[in-house]
Design a binder for this molecule. Structure first.
Ligand code: ZN
Length: 131
């Protein structure tokens, strides 16, 4: 009996597109077995009511043609205009919180567009190319 069940399991087909699925590579969604492709489809439908989420997904740094978010561009132009600034000044100026700043800045630093440096006891943020 158990053998038979195992055999059935090996012949799993995707309930959506009918592709044969290797054992261990099937995904269950709302009671249906799906292959990885179909599972990705249902988990990330092309149409969504949240354009910002789509925008964020498309802004992933690993993708080609990466675009900065509006906030990241604001930070860059602020630093360009004012020179090195402390986080408190930047967050106050852009009306964002510390977490938002750190998030945005992590990307800028990763892309070598901006950096932080220490002066005395204070940390300043500046454009990567700026002294
Ligand atoms: Zn499928």
């Amino acid at each position: 009996m158990e053998q038979k069940l195992q055999g059935r399991k090996l012949m799993t087909e995707c309930n959506k597109c009918g592709t044969g699925i290797e054992p261990g590579e099937s995904y269950e969604f709302q009671g249906k077995l799906l292959c990885e492709d179909c599972y990705m489809d249902v988990m990330n439908p092309p149409k969504t009511c949240d354009p910002w989420a789509v925008h964020l997904a498309k802004s992933s740094i690993i993708q080609d043609g990466f675009q900065l978010t509006a906030l990241q561009e604001e930070i860059l132009s602020l630093l360009k205009e004012h020179g090195p600034m402390q986080m408190e000044e930047i967050t106050a100026k852009l009306e964002i919180n510390e977490a938002e700043f750190r998030n945005a800045f992590a990307t800028l630093r990763h892309m070598e567009l901006a950096r932080g440096f220490k002066k005395g006891d204070n940390v300043y943020y500046t454009l990567f190319s700026q002294e």
